[in-house]
Design a binder for this molecule. Structure first.
Ligand code: GUN
Length: 289
């Protein structure tokens, strides 16, 4: 069998259409959804991600406030900026682009963000709600993956899902979201033994290693009919590549996400959705769970 390509761009566009409509409704009520972006340091990749996020916002009618801090910024100055944004009634969402420069403590900075403006869903409060199955603001990449399953009517109930990643941005929150969908979830990571055996037992594999020189998910690791979600991005020669050997894995799988055009657009779309949710929360309107 040959599997189907999951079209992340099409699904992201459908999310963006819904966000655009929700933004228009909020504006009718006098609420102008606004995302504050914070970029600390001179990481070029981070700068281009932030620019893309701002462009996405303008496409759906969300305004942005751009904060750029030099590499030398102190933890205290960054915390003061977040405090200012927490108290700014015109700002509904705060996005601190990660990774932060090494001299800053990521956990303490994230912890300072008001949970109701935490459009990354990364504060301990929102991560705790996620573990309870009650989060409103969920991390963007994992919730984007769930949106793909819903769109393609991929039922996770009773399925064995293997996640190759344990980060706070992807693997940990995705574990809870897939459990919520009644999957049996195994989290694999750099110290996991017999990774191939785990993968061969999986009905769904989500891989997020992001270093093709270290790891490739190959056809012989994927059982017939499995769903494969590729979150990894790395350079292979002069091309962008995922973790998955796409051309061969699709021969075994039922569905595979491509890189680019799979999970990436979904991560960006879910940030917009979270910003609308945060703007709604700010006015006591909570449209969705
Ligand atoms: N860096 C890589 N992915 C993300 C993300 O989803 N949110 C933030 N804030 N930083 C990131």
């Amino acid at each position: 069998m040959t599997g189907q390509k999951i079209d992340g761009i099409a699904v992201a566009n459908s999310v963006k259409d819904r966000v655009r409509a929700a933004v228009a409704e909020l504006k009718k009520d006098g609420i102008e959804p606004c995302l504050a972006t914070v970029l600390a340091g001179d990481n070029q990749a981070s700068a281009s991600y932030v620019a893309s996020k701002q462009k996405d916002c303008s496409e759906v009618g969300i305004s942005t406030k751009d904060h750029r801090l030099p590499q030398s910024f102190s933890q205290q100055e960054l915390v003061s900026l977040i405090d200012l944004l927490n108290n700014d009634k015109t700002v509904h969402g705060i996005l601190v682009q990660l990774p932060l420069p090494e001299h800053l403590d990521e956990f303490s900075v994230i912890t300072m963000i008001s949970p109701i403006k935490d459009v990354d869903g990364l504060t301990p409060y929102n991560m705790g709600l996620l573990a309870y199955g009650r989060a409103l603001l969920k991390p963007c990449t994992p919730s984007g993956i769930i949106e793909l399953f819903d769109y393609y009517k991929i039922d996770l109930s009773g399925k064995h899902a293997v996640i190759i990643n344990r980060s706070n941005l992807v693997g940990r929150p995705l574990y809870h979201l897939m459990l919520e969908k009644n999957a049996t979830v195994t989290t694999c990571h750099s110290k996991t033994k017999n990774l191939k055996e785990h993968c061969l037992e999986a009905d769904v594999i989500v891989t997020a290693v992001g270093d093709r020189s270290r790891f490739t998910l190959t056809q012989d690791m994927v059982k017939s009919g499995a769903v494969v979600i590729d979150v990894g991005t790395s350079r292979l020669g002069n091309k962008l590549a995922g973790d998955v050997d796409y051309d061969n894995v699709i021969k075994n799988a039922s569905y595979v996400t491509p890189v680019p055009g799979g999970v990436g657009p979904m991560t960006r779309a879910m940030l917009l959705k979270n910003t609308v949710t945060a703007a709604s929360i700010s006015k006591g309107i909570v449209a969705n769970r």
